[in-house]
Design a protein around this ligand. Sequence first.
Ligand code: XMP
Length: 514
Amino acid sequence: RILIIDFGSQVTQLIARRVRESGVYCEIHPFNAVSEASVRAFAPRGVILSGGPASVIGTGSPRAPEGLFTMGLPVLGICYGQQTMVAQLGGTVEAPDHREFGRAFIDVTASCPLFEGVWAAGQREQVWMSHGDRVIALPPGFQVVATSEGAPFAAIADEARRFYGVQFHPEVVHTPHGAQLLKTFTHQICGCAGSWTMATFRADAIKRIQAQVGRGRVICGLSGGVDSSVAAALIHEAIGEQLTCVLVDHGFMRQGEADEVVAVFRDRFNIHLVHREASDLFLSRLEGVTDPEAKRKIIGATFIDVFEEEARRVGGADFLAQGTLYPDVIESVSFAGGPSVTIKSHHNVGGLPERMNMALVEPLRDLFKDEVRALGRELGLPETMVGRHPFPGPGLAIRIPGQPLTRPLLDLLRKVDAIYLDEIRTAGLYDAIWQAFAVLLPVRTVGVMGDSRSYDYAVALRAVTSTDGMTADYYPFDHAFLSRVANRLINEVKGINRVTYDITSKPPGTIEWE
Ligand code: XMP
């Protein structure tokens, strides 16, 4: 396995994804949590130093542990990682007037094991650069193997010690052969076999779950989302009957979703599943509430109450299963300082583990989202579940802004949502979209239907593309598609007479309306 030391680059996670895509397990550790002892304990076959926003010239800037360079391990420094390696081994880094950002070209000046099979001396290659500082004098033992206009030492190598540095970013897609270069580092230079697959992960995870849980009992909240579904299927494979799943049905799910969860988990996987229909309770506690944050708090608290009640009813449990993923676990390196502001309190059931005072089973905490999907397929979960768009915990309840929630309004929105998604699937667009949904607007507008006047609700349709939900752009549907959806909605859903499409990006908008 490979250790990635994170110096706070925006794209450190991409390094990990490229490495794992090449069949090598790796972890990201923040620079300030890494010591020579922790590297030894992790026992990697090689180390990658990430980029980062700091300048090595500044005093007190982040460093790799000194001992790292005498452990005999191959090291690849990327951007800031290259600069700190150079500075720590006796070379020089300067802040030039000329910075390089975006697409750039490097000239390969010497053959190098890192370029094996892709780049040869004399070739010119496209890469992606993003740096202010640059290396101007090499430490002893190093030679330059590629140059660019802005970086005379675009790639450097000390073959005897197996230390390599690149000023560009091989982990981004704008460096066309970057993934191959990382693979050459991990496979050829570090000697990793590349045999880490979802099948091996599944087998190892099952052993880990069995060792952790023993004869204990585990309880797991199921929502129909990808993460909890995959976690439940995996844990069930490990401990069978010792697992109980609870589906708290708050009445804000999509059409048919609760039924699908029951069909898959109870009927197909034979998992002990408690389906608690609690929509009356949720609606009564939300009576008259329109404030978005108040809604989220009430839904979160009610969820916990119901979940605890069901946990007691099945005789309690020793462990609580959660579908926590790797991006939530990585301690991000922040130079900005200060807590970030709460835009929306998404962690609607965040208090559950503390409240219930149970140990956690989190079998997905080493995986990225796409890896969780691959594992779900490996476990035989249906594609409709594994490939599903993200869906917020409070569900449709946060898609009826400005008016108190009622069952008729929820049913109306559920119908609209189902037709919209049906059209998206039929048009083959589902996988190209990050998330798509409808919002029931708190206005009624005048229309004509046949020969009479109508006075009905308006809906807004939303569809966005995104990679992580942090930023998003609206999906550019063609007009024929939008007309088709609008026609169907107005003809098939009584109570709707106007359809609009939301073309706001995030930022400045958010994905959800509230
Ligand atoms: P926003 O609206 O903040 O959404 O741009 C980003 C992503 O988070 C989802 N979201 C939520 N998920 N509980 C959740 O579990 C929430 O309260 C919540 N609010 C937003 C949203 O659907 C999108 O995927």
